[in-house]
Design a protein around this ligand. Structure first.
Ligand code: TXA
Ligand code: MG
Length: 314
């Protein structure tokens, strides 16, 4: 039996009762419910304000449970599971017939992930089943990377918010679709395309957001601050905007400078956007990140956070 502290035990009991629990993972915090309880899963959609046709990821304690949730599992799925789990990768597979469609947004595929955060591992182990858990933010808003951010997003409606510290990765998991004829990267994350390809060979990157299964993280306006946000070259940072620069902060600019290291930048990104959003400025200006492959997931999120790539000149 897993060693749980009192709060974690309360969380597991709440999950068994069909209530919602905020759970730390290594990527971002999740808003978890019993994936076998459609009423509980519906509570996630209601609290987030998330359209019901957007599927949620089911979190498992181990890859051994894949067969409870998916069918026609290809060898590539087992290879990726062995290489990347527990960790920041989600597999999209054909769903098993007994999975309630509320979990999959009515689709015939399901997203599955084994997270590596020790608190998520303990809770999943003690719970014993799958936990449906999208990121614990209001629909379209910035994902939370600590327990305080979850509380800010949802002052009420969550039975237990587990505090597992700052999320280690800071960006949502890499999503790989293995339900079709060729592997496809639906959402870039800390596990890179090159890492996936080293295990399973070529992975397609769909070019347009309207290709493939619906995936809310692929909507254009997502992961977004409330303040109008723009991606601009370094020379344009400044004025009365709240600025997110690469170190160092340009002279005269107000805001935050993040390290020129993709891993460190990713970890601090969402908390920084929240801080800038809270500064009450009329816009947020973000310095265009480097073009290298290891910045792909960051570029993806920044383009979705930005209201538009072109800054209005007023
Ligand atoms: O890192 C993460 O993945 C975090 C933590 C909590 O695990 N979760 C997360 O969940 O980001 P969410 O719901 O905010 O984003 C999950 C993405 C969505 O874009 C959803 O549409 C997509 O995964 N997804 C889930 N099931 C899918 C499926 N069957 N087919 C295509 N996309 C799917
Ligand atoms: Mg999300």
């Amino acid at each position: 039996m897993e060693q749980l502290n009192a709060e974690q035990r309360a969380a597991v009991n709440a999950l068994h009762r069909g209530e919602l629990v905020a759970m730390p993972t290594e990527t971002v915090y999740g808003l978890a419910a019993d994936a076998r309880n459609p009423e509980a899963v519906r509570r996630i959609f209601a609290l987030k304000g998330r359209p019901v046709d957007h599927p949620v990821i089911v979190h498992l304690a181990s890859a051994l449970m894949l067969h409870d949730w998916a069918i026609d599992i290809p060898p590539a799925a087992h290879a990726l599971a062995a290489a990347c789990w527990p960790g920041p990768m989600t597999l999209v597979l054909k769903r098993a017939p007994n999975v309630d469609p509320v979990v999959t947004g009515g689709q015939d595929t399901i997203g599955l992930r084994v997270p590596r955060h020790p608190v998520a591992q303990s809770v999943l182990g003690a719970f014993g089943g799958g936990l449906a858990a999208p990121s614990a933010n209001r629909f379209g808003h910035i994902s939370p990377t600590n327990a305080a951010h979850v509380r800010e997003e949802f002052p009420a409606g969550i039975a237990v918010i587990l505090d597992g510290g700052d999320s280690e990765v800071g960006l949502e998991s890499t999503i790989v679709d293995l339900s079709g004829t060729q592997p496809r990267l639906l959402r870039p994350g800390a596990i890179t395309k090159a890492q996936l390809e080293a295990v399973i060979g070529p992975v397609l990157v769909p070019r347009r957001d309207d290709e493939g299964p619906r995936s809310s993280g692929r909507l254009a306006s997502h992961y977004a601050p409330y303040t109008a946000t723009f991606l601009v070259p370094r020379e344009q940072l400044g004025g009365d905007a709240a600025v997110l620069a690469l170190e160092p902060l340009p002279e005269g600019a107000t805001g935050i400078a993040l390290p020129r290291d993709a891993t460190a930048y990713a970890k601090a990104l969402y908390a920084s956007l929240r801080t800038l959003d809270g500064m009450g400025r009329s816009r947020i200006l973000i310095e265009t990140p480097p073009d290298d492959p290891e910045w792909l997931a960051i570029r993806d999120r920044l383009h979705r956070a930005a209201s538009s790539d072109a800054m209005p000149r007023d």
